[in-house]
Design a protein around this ligand. Structure first.
Ligand code: FE
Length: 379
């Protein structure tokens, strides 16, 4: 049993000086200040107790890439991001030969079944491609882009039941609307990304069940006042949750602010899009087989100038939006609850009795004191 006192961010507001009791893998009690409680083990004073962060879009960290497709790589990434506040994550693949994607699904499936106690929990896989637009590859290898293949999706979901949680595709490609319908039917998040769609095409995709936009504004048709593009549809359609890479590089701070002002508080989602270089020095790296150079913490394709993921962590994304002016509870929704809602997980992303004991403890200055996942300290 662990008893913590601090400013507790709950779905119904902040309990100042409240108490959270973790018992086993669950949150047992959430009490207001002054309520009688067993002896407090950790008193954070003016510090914060937040739900653990949920990262739907992460490629790697600490020298490993999910495309490595080994249990050890998965554990290394989960541990690295766990130290930075992430308690649940999706292993995100790159546009690659089908056999390489199969290998990640197999490794993730085995890893989830083994229920590793180390680091962040792996919720499943986010397939970023290969059904994307060759016009907006970003750091994805265009050689492996293919039109949507329903037969591949069927094979993946049958071989690895409930492992695929999100699929990013270009909704304007032939067969994409049928795939979006199928994803929606299966309860998999259908997301638009690396896409050349028009505004109208994106609205039609949302009609078919598309519910998310990947790294909004990056690798998609931009907002033009007579051609609102994918960006215009994401900003204005409440059915589409927007992912944002809040690192000060992928989006100008003013554009992050625009997103916080246009998307309602429950459909903006902070992601890292982190690559293997996260947590390491500047230098040469690889991202799903593509050569990448990291300079001043910014990752770009070595040949070309495209941004190639980030070296961001969830705690830094969280701090970034707080510095922009969001309150801690507002920022917390963007880092935890909104992703949990997209993934239809009511057991994570919120501090409430019965939920998973996934909590991030912060000082008043937003430094990490400790991170618990399933009640066990992972940082
Ligand atoms: Fe991407």
């Amino acid at each position: 049993m662990t008893v913590i006192r601090g400013n507790i961010v709950t779905p119904d507001g902040v309990l100042e000086g409240g108490i959270v009791r973790l018992e086993g893998a669950r949150i047992a009690e959430v009490l207001e200040a002054g309520a009688p409680a067993a002896s407090v083990e950790l008193d954070l004073g003016d510090g914060w107790v937040l739900p653990g962060f949920v990262d739907m879009h992460c490629h790697g960290g600490s020298g490993c890439d999910f495309m490595d497709a080994t249990g050890e790589a998965l554990a290394t990434i989960a541990e690295f991001h766990g130290r930075h506040g992430t308690t649940s994550m999706l292993a995100t693949t790159m546009t690659a030969p089908k056999a390489a994607i199969d290998a990640v699904l197999r490794a993730a499936s085995d890893y989830i079944a083994a229920a590793s106690p180390r680091g962040a929990r792996l919720l499943g896989v986010h397939l970023e491609g290969p059904f994307i637009s060759p016009k907006w590859p970003g750091a994805q290898n265009p050689d492996f882009i293919v039109p949507p293949r329903l037969d591949w999706l069927r094979e993946w979901t049958e071989a690895y039941p409930s492992v695929v949680k999100q699929l990013t595709l270009a909704p304007e490609t032939e067969g994409a609307i049928e795939m979006i319908r199928e994803l929606a039917r299966l309860g998999i998040v259908a997301a638009a990304g690396h896409t050349d769609a028009t505004y109208d095409e994106l609205v039609r995709a949302a009609d078919a069940g598309l519910s998310q936009a990947v790294h909004t504004f990056n690798a998609m048709t931009p907002l033009h006042h007579r051609k609102p593009g994918v960006a215009g549809a994401v900003l204005t359609d409440p059915r589409i949750a927007a992912e944002a890479i809040a690192d000060g590089v992928h989006l100008h701070p003013a554009v992050v602010k625009l997103l916080t002002q246009t998307k309602t508080a429950d459909n903006l989602i902070l992601i890292t899009d982190a690559i293997s270089a996260a947590g390491l020095e500047d230098g040469p790296y690889s991202l799903g087989g593509q050569e990448v150079t990291v300079k001043d913490g910014v990752a770009r394709l070595t040949h070309g100038d495209s941004l190639a993921g980030s070296t961001l962590t969830m705690i830094d994304a969280f701090r970034f939006v707080v510095r922009l002016g969001l309150s801690v509870p507002e920022a917390s929704r963007l880092a935890s609850a909104n992703a949990a809602k997209q993934l239809r997980r009511d057991d994570i992303g919120a501090i409430r009795p019965g939920a998973a004991a996934d909590v991030v403890l912060l000082t008043a200055d937003l430094d990490i004191v400790r991170v618990y996942r399933d009640g066990a300290a992972i940082a």
